[in-house]
Write a protein that binds this ligand. Structure first.
Ligand code: FNR
Ligand code: 8K6
Length: 348
């Protein structure tokens, strides 16, 4: 099957044109140094993947209490900005583009990583379990954030976006997916607030939109993207009432003319009753801007999905871990190395 449509350039807007439609999905690798600064090995890792139309960085925390996994990089210190500058320079030298994924994990943060301080979330509702591969670190009951803390978080997302541009990124993808802080406001299982941030679709969308607006106001809509998970599947229980939140949120996002919207899911073959289908089907029917599909696609199935107008761009995750030269292999119809979890132990 041909994959030629993946290799056409695409103009996202007046500021950003991509060489092809294959994005490298954001992939947490837990390899930053002890100050959460990207290392030289990370510079090489991203540089080897510069042939992607756009690299989305691994999720990068906006401030210390947003950390829930070991050695995830940050974008809040001068040293981190300088470390990322080496990554973005190397990707640009290879002819590529790179967005930073901005992250705060909310209730799956752990004080083990940031010392004293509360675990913050929309409501005091914890998740079961412990930090992956660190069994002794069980998740805590978070503190429901105050209005002042919300205002501070919004301005910290904006500051991290400004830092991302200073570090040479072409834009940012706000991580609003996969059960982390922004997503926690968007689902009933994690948001039982009774103030302006809870109970109604408009209120439950407020934090997400405040973050998007604050980021746009400092770096522009053309450089701002968002990832969302309308279907709960990770660190989150599903609730059919969540549908109304996303039915409200998506047209609001539409008005903002973002660089793109990205579904957050591991397998897009998964369907959700209350969304009447898969994540990409639901997003496509409620959002008319540039849409990124993801989750279990091969270059062939993605090419077909793009031809069928299911989405516009494809993000590839695990195969990009296994094949630094993924784009060249697909272009030349060469066989791919199969992904396995052991590959997470080192950066190739
Ligand atoms: C991920 N994924 C992910 N998603 C995200 O938004 N931010 C992140 O930092 C990560 N980190 C991450 C690490 C690892 C090891 C995996 C396997 C996945 C999800 C990822 O972006 C993507 O949605 C899935 O991997 C599904 O796409 P593939 O792998 O089927 O192409
Ligand atoms: C210490 C490791 C940190 C890893 C960070 C986050 C990435 C998670 C990757 C695997 C999680 C898989 C869960 C997917 C559930 C899918 C259900 C269909």
């Amino acid at each position: 099957m041909t994959t030629q449509n993946l290799f056409t350039s695409v103009k996202l807007n007046d500021d950003i044109e991509l060489n092809n439609r294959i994005l490298m999905a954001p992939l947490t690798r837990c390899m930053a140094d002890e100050n959460l600064v990207p290392t030289d090995a990370m510079v090489q890792y991203y540089a080897r993947r510069a042939a992607a139309g756009l690299i989305i960085s691994e999720a990068t925390i906006i401030r210390p209490d947003g950390q829930g996994y070991p050695n995830t990089p940050g974008l809040f210190s001068a040293e981190q900005v300088q470390g990322w500058r080496k990554v973005t320079d190397a990707v640009h030298q290879g002819g590529g583009k790179i967005f930073a994924q901005l992250w705060h994990v909310g209730r799956v943060a752990h004080p083990h990583f940031f010392g004293e301080g509360d675990v913050l979330a929309p409501s005091a509702l914890g998740v079961e379990g412990s930090v992956p591969r660190m069994r002794e670190l069980t998740y805590q009951i978070p503190k429901a954030v105050s209005q002042d803390e919300i205002n501070q978080l919004v301005s910290d997302y904006a500051k991290a976006a400004e830092n991302a541009i200073e570090a040479g990124f072409d834009g940012v993808e706000i991580h609003g997916a996969n059960g982390y802080l922004i997503d926690q406001f968007l689902h009933h299982a994690s948001n039982v607030r009774t103030d302006n941030y809870g109970q109604t679709p408009e209120n439950m969308s407020r934090f997400a939109l405040e973050v998007v607006d604050a980021v746009m106001s400092v770096i522009g809509a053309n450089r701002t993207a968002l990832r969302v998970s309308p279907g709960a599947y990770f660190n989150m229980a599903a609730d059919p009432r969540d549908r109304a939140i996303f039915d409200y949120l998506l047209p609001e996002l539409q008005k903002r003319k973002l660089a793109y919207l990205h579904g957050g899911i591991f397998d897009d073959a998964m369907t959700f009753d209350y969304l009447d289908g898969s994540i990409s089907q639901y997003l496509r029917s409620h959002y008319q801007g540039t849409l990124v599909g993801v989750g279990g696609y091969s270059a062939q199935t993605a090419s077909q999905a793009i031809a069928n107008n299911q989405f516009d761009l494809i993000a590839i995750g695990r195969p990009f871990i296994a094949n630094p030269d993924y784009v060249e292999r697909v272009r030349n119809t060469l066989p791919l190395v199969e992904y396995s979890e052991d590959m997470l132990a080192s950066l190739i």
